[in-house]
Design a protein around this ligand. Structure first.
Ligand code: ZN
Length: 508
């Protein structure tokens, strides 16, 4: 039985302006999924869309569509974006899918039958012109955050989930699994802002919102969107539905990767639901920071949205993936600016890596017509040792969910290889026919280091890795994670292919 790895992103709210900040979570999860697959894990990488709720209903109405027609169109555009970014998800869940609806109804009923859901009254505010229900927390100066008008009080029958009942059990769990909420700064926020104040029961149904999943034993109620959304992590494995049968295999989840703004739902409400259902809790919840644009969170109202499709068309998908994972300190907020992006592309990608590939293969063609002789000399182990150390460190950083440091390790290899070219000066060796086998040895080492680099960058830059591997004419078994750990596996006379420049320089 292969080892399994189950990783999720949040399911996204269908919005027509997904920006680079949204892409960050998904690209990071994709890199981790690819990394685990490369290591031989059987991976389940889940993403999807969260399609119910009052806002969707209102938006659809405003453009004269049904909610389902409205979301169908946006979901298609989100899937197109993930295809553009090379996101290798294994499953895409939509909360309007029949099997998900079936699971959510079963989950709600189970929570109710366990005595953890009871009927009560929900009170809040309502903006009549916007037809929007609001909580006190959402109001801006006591007024509607969208239209700035006065709001009115309202009250309606609703079901509540006994979150307070799980306070002690959750606290015990957090103590027994110290890494469950990561990084530690997020854990402190959760403890301080919620646990220490005492957990309050949460409203889990509404009667005034129709675009949602009906409570099957009382159909005038619809299930609150967060209960609906969180359930996707098990509905998509086939929990309480007939569509899939992967729950035993992949649950508990290895990693829920989320943005810090939705940490509370994942770190407190979701585990409490699972405790009530009698299911094991996920192994880890990681809350990453925001991608800031000139120090501000990206949002439509601030007009500072960076369109990821445009960026990919301009600079290449791998360059964008590389930038996001290199520049965002995992866990903290990161900064986006065009000049930082261009600097990264020109230095790390064009100068360091692109140039290494280009000058190595150019020399192999110039001196040996792309086919090194069997006879080679100049055995030395500098690069081999550098690779060995970098792989060991990189594994640690990837497992710690720290892609910037993992990439830093790969670039130690790239830099060592560039130094090696300068120190061995193959162009000088080429002038002396007696140095021919030494020249072949030097070029062999460089091609072998490129093989290792191509494997290591696969999770982050899959297209570029494949391009390098095509130039090196590598069979699949020389491109696995394990094969990268063993130096000297490529046959000496492995014919090379010519290729294009990997990362063109960007003129500012
Ligand atoms: Zn309003």
């Amino acid at each position: 039985m292969p080892k399994t790895f189950y990783i999720t992103t949040p399911i996204y709210y269908p919005s027509d302006n997904l920006h680079l900040g949204h892409c960050y979570t998904t690209v990071a999860a994709d890199a981790l999924a690819r990394y685990k697959r490369l290591q031989g894990f059987e991976v389940m990488f889940l993403t999807g869309t969260d399609e119910h709720g009052q806002k969707i209903e209102a938006k659809a109405l405003s453009v004269g569509s049904t909610p389902k027609e409205y979301v169908d169109e946006i979901v298609a555009s989100i899937q197109k974006l993930w295809a553009k970014l090379n996101i290798s998800f294994d499953r895409f869940v939509r909360t309007t899918d029949d099997y998900h609806v079936q699971s959510v109804q079963a989950i709600f009923k189970k929570l109710y039958e366990n005595g953890d859901i009871y009927k009560g009254n929900y009170t809040g505010k309502y903006c009549q012109p916007c037809e929007t229900f609001l909580t006190d927390y959402q109001l801006v100066n006591g007024k509607c955050p969208d239209c700035n008008r006065e709001v009115i009080d309202f009250s309606e029958e609703a079901y509540f989930f006994k979150l307070s009942k799980y306070q002690k059990q959750l606290q015990e769990f957090f103590n027994s699994a110290p890494d469950f909420i990561s990084p530690p700064s997020r854990k402190n926020e959760m403890l301080k802002n919620f646990m220490e104040l005492g957990l309050e029961d949460v409203c889990v149904s509404r009667t005034s919102i129709s675009w949602g999943i009906p409570v099957d034993f009382n159909t005038k109620h619809t299930v609150y969107v967060w209960i609906d959304a969180l359930s996707n992590y098990i509905s998509a494995l086939g929990f309480a539905n007939d569509k899939y049968d992967d729950f035993e295999k992949f649950w508990p989840c290895d990693l829920h990767l989320v943005g810090k703004e939705i940490m509370r739902f994942h770190a407190i409400i979701w585990p409490a639901m699972l405790l009530s259902l009698g299911l094991p809790l996920p192994k880890k919840i990681f809350g990453h920071g925001w991608l800031l644009f000139d120090g501000d969170k990206m949002s439509k109202s601030k007009g500072n949205i960076v369109d990821p499709i445009k960026l990919c068309d301009l600079y290449g998908v791998d360059a964008i993936r590389y930038f996001l994972l290199r520049e965002m300190p995992f866990g903290d907020d990161g900064l986006f600016s065009n000049s930082a992006l261009i600097t990264r592309i020109n230095t790390n990608l064009a100068n360091d890596l692109g140039n290494l590939v280009s000058r190595t293969t150019t020399m192999a063609f110039k001196y040996f017509d792309g086919l090194l002789p069997e006879e080679k000399a100049f055995e030395e182990n500098t690069l081999r040792e550098v690779c060995k150390a970098a792989i060991r460190e990189m594994e640690q950083f990837m497992d710690d969910l720290n892609p910037p440091r993992a990439l830093g390790e790969i670039w130690k290899v790239v830099n060592a290889a560039n130094r090696y070219v300068d120190e061995t000066a193959p162009w000088a060796l080429a002038k002396d026919p007696t140095q021919n086998s030494k020249l072949a040895g030097v070029l062999y080492n460089l091609l072998e280091v490129l093989r290792v680099i191509s494997v290591l960058i696969t999770p982050i830059m899959p297209e570029s890795a494949a391009k390098i591997q095509k130039q090196l004419n590598l069979p699949e078994h020389l491109c696995t994670w394990e094969s990268a750990k063993i130096w000297g596996q490529t046959p000496s006379s492995n014919p090379l292919n010519k290729g294009d420049i990997l990362f063109p320089r960007i003129e500012k």
